[in-house]
Design a protein around this ligand. Structure first.
Ligand SMILES: Nc1nc2c(ncn2[C@@H]2O[C@H](COP(=O)(O)OP(=O)(O)OP(=O)(O)O)[C@@H](O)[C@H]2O)c(=O)[nH]1
Length: 349
């Protein structure tokens, strides 16, 4: 069924105000779809997020909007990894590779629009219409897309650490809360699953804390500017070493946090060891060799951030006191099993 509604200007402004009032990117995607659906004569809208797959960039369906209402697919911890099936439509894949921001299918009944973030394609909006949109509708659509992109840029600015460009401490709290909420809802998510093997994702998330070894000596010997340069280089090494859907934070000073998952304990240890070795082997200008130590804790569904951080910190302390330049796993809290820990279970989406 075609949505023939045309919004009055005051409703339009209200809709746009709603978009710019949101901080959660998943809610933002829903609000964006709702606005377009209400504003233009469309039949259906799909919002895809770009996801990094093994062999390049793919698409994950995040929101579907049509006459039946809205269907939102879970993203794994909002990390950009869609739990929905990956999109394999060759036309959509082609659009993803293209430079042009707006694509109209022959016949005009399908429009795809790029949504960009930091110059890269961040999402695709797939709009199905009964007949081609008017030029004025297209301009309206492009305007909404600009508002969305500008708002994402502002969110990015508020969520990142100015020196390293990594996510900041405030964002860690929000991200952590999202993960534990998803883990707590695990049984509900499981019951909605298709049960297909390829839809199964290991349910464990991990939090790792790193601290640069003897960083004070670097500052004392060469000055804070050199110290800052080391922080910057470590952040760059983090970006190149970890997967793009791992969440990287500067926690404060020379402490960094990574949230990894869903992953196995072995996979996490492998990733962290690889990063530790990369830092150890990197030639830091004027300084030479820099090492770091880390502590890792599995995130428990009913544990608050300060407790998980506390366990990771304790493991970090052990890494420091047993010689530095190493990663140490924290043991789960004694009550973990009784509290509904996901353990080695699987999240079904
Ligand atoms: N350059 C720079 N230094 C910082 C920043 N934040 C914290 N520091 C410094 O980081 C140093 C941390 O030193 P310590 O906590 O004693 O630890 P460490 O020297 O790394 O020793 P270990 O952690 O035990 O290996 C202090 O000298 C802080 O002043 C920053 O943003 N820039």
């Amino acid at each position: 069924m075609l949505n023939n509604r045309t919004l009055a200007p005051q409703e339009l402004v209200q809709s746009l105000a709603n978009i710019t009032g949101l901080q959660d990117r998943d809610d933002l995607a829903v609000s964006m779809c709702l606005t377009v659906y209400e504003m233009l004569p469309v039949m259906a809208i799909r919002f895809y997020r770009t996801v990094v797959a093994g062999n390049g960039t793919g698409l994950g369906l995040l929101v579907e909007f049509d006459e039946h209402g809205v269907r939102q697919h879970s993203l794994a911890a909002s990390s950009g990894r869609s739990s929905a099936r990956p999109e394999t439509d060759p036309w959509l894949q082609g659009v993803l590779m293209s430079e042009s921001a707006l694509h109209v299918a022959p016949g005009g009944e399908c429009l795809i629009m790029h949504l960009r973030r930091k110059g890269e394609i961040y999402a695709l909006l797939d709009i199905r219409v009964h007949e081609g949109l008017e030029p004025s509708d297209l301009r309206l659509l492009q305007g909404i897309a600009r508002i969305y992109e500008n708002h994402i840029a502002l969110l990015d600015y508020g969520e990142t650490d100015t020196l390293t460009g990594l996510l900041n401490r405030k964002t860690l709290e929000r991200q952590y809360f999202k993960i534990v909420t998803a883990l707590q809802n695990l049984p509900a998510i499981q019951s909605q699953g298709t049960g297909r093997r390829q839809d199964q994702v290991p349910a464990q998330y991990f939090l790792a804390v790193f601290d640069i070894d003897h960083f004070k000596q670097i500052n004392d010997r060469l000055g804070h500017l050199f110290g800052d340069e080391v922080l910057l280089l470590v952040a760059q090494l983090m970006r190149s070493s970890f997967r793009s859907d791992d969440c990287l934070f500067r926690y404060g000073g020379e402490e960094f946090v990574v949230i990894l998952g869903p992953q196995s304990r072995e996979g996490v240890m492998l990733a962290l060891e690889r990063f530790r070795e990369q830092v150890e082997q990197h030639d830091f200008p004027q300084i030479g060799r820099v090492t770091l130590s880390g502590g890792i804790a599995a995130i428990q569904p009913f544990e608050v951030l300060s407790m998980t951080l506390g366990r990771a910190d304790q493991a970090l302390y052990e890494a420091k006191s047993s010689g530095r330049n190493r990663m140490v796993f924290s043991e789960p809290p004694p009550a973990a099993d009784a509290s509904g820990s996901a353990g080695d279970d699987t999240i079904f989406f």
